[in-house]
Design a protein around this ligand. Sequence first.
Ligand SMILES: NC(=O)c1ccc[n+]([C@@H]2O[C@H](COP(=O)([O-])OP(=O)(O)OC[C@H]3O[C@@H](n4cnc5c(N)ncnc54)[C@H](O)[C@@H]3O)[C@@H](O)[C@H]2O)c1
Length: 450
Amino acid sequence: MSDRYQDLAHNPVGKFLVKNLGLPNPPYLDRYAGGALVKGSVLTGSAGAKPGPVAKEVTAALKAYGIDATGVRADGKKYKGLVFDASGIDSAAGLVALQEFFTPVLRQLASSGRVVVIGALPEEAATESAAIAQRALEGFTRSLGKEVGGGSTANLVYVAAGAEKTLGSTLGFLLSPKSAYVSGQVVRLGTTGITKAGPVKDVTKPLAGKVALVTGASRGLGEADMRTLARDGATVIGLDVPPLADDLKALAEELGGGYIVGDITSPDAPALIAEYIKANHGGVDVIVHNAGITRDKRLRNMKPENWQLVVEISVGAPQRITDHLIEEGLVNRGGTVIGIASIAGIAGNNGQTNYASAKAGVIGWIQSLAKRVADQGITANVIAPGFMETEMVKTIPLGIREAGRRMNSMSQGGLPVDVAEAIAWLSSPGSASVSGNVVGVNGQMLLGAS
Ligand SMILES: NC(=O)c1ccc[n+]([C@@H]2O[C@H](COP(=O)([O-])OP(=O)(O)OC[C@H]3O[C@@H](n4cnc5c(N)ncnc54)[C@H](O)[C@@H]3O)[C@@H](O)[C@H]2O)c1
């Protein structure tokens, strides 16, 4: 979907109006189009006199993912990424290390640049002062995300003690154009006790040999998930309802994958899916519960069937299907379950009590599941998209739609591929320590929670 306002804001007259009237100025975002993960150099730094365990792993991780990095700042040089290890800061006063590293170099951050701050989990801090300092990193990173501009992002990664060696996949994602619409987010590594990453032989095909199931696969975010997971080497299986069977079949055939036509809410859906997976693949590695609908009405006008349908499709059916596949032993060790929530499930939305309840429920379900399946080496995470340019948002009234599109640090809606890239990152064996997380793909909402 083209963004006509964005194009207008980039022509000479538009530029003049945007500047003088203080209108939103949506930059063109870099998106991954193959080749090197990061096209440019990354500057690294750390708090404290000598590098701690995290800083050492950062260097190793960047090398493993083919990212050019240096610890020495050169005047006038542009950096595509800045990575700062703040895990060693153990007092409020010590936070000045952030200012000392970032202030001199921020003008050297290239457009669509990336800032990643790394911290230690505040709940694991040895002292109250260290807990203050580590928790402060959230406020710092979220604010910097709103400052950097030009399509740049800032995100925070907390690393549980012992999970330092698993940084690579997450750094690779957050530093690359794959995370174009991910900013102001906090990712936690190692919180469910999985502190080892699986092997990634080829960083361009991390999902080689894996099987991925995507529901609601024939269009919108689901179609992008299918394409991106296939790009990364997975064998994809799409599922969608009978009216979209032709599109689904064509997509699956194009990607050399399989398809299941059915409604996830039907009572026999868990068994049908299990039978298909057993017969064709023996097991599944990635499950993306993407199918979703909206039936918006204020609560005073809500019909019970529209409440039930939205909740069933978003979370009731996904829970039943996942439980059945796990019970049948069809989710492979190292597998991952991804729930799709929404910014509405975090911040709430007028006219969406049904949808927001369902999507908040997805978060509750996945975070509980993540703990339950950790000992089977299975991870579970939530992606919470913001305003994405798909069929779903076409039903939103124009004024609200335009506000939703602009009220984020990127001043634009996200593309389906932005969600798909985040899903591909979470699906990689290299991301095995990422579990129980909720990651917003929303360009960083300007107000409220995101
Ligand atoms: N587009 C956005 O801005 C946005 C924002 C936040 C969250 N989301 C979520 O992302 C997901 C995908 O949204 P989208 O924008 O691509 O929507 P979409 O309407 O374009 O696609 C949804 C897909 O789900 C399928 N589906 C619906 N009910 C189903 C059922 N019972 N069984 C099987 N398949 C079913 C549809 O047929 C369709 O292919 C949804 O869960 C949605 O709630 C979207």
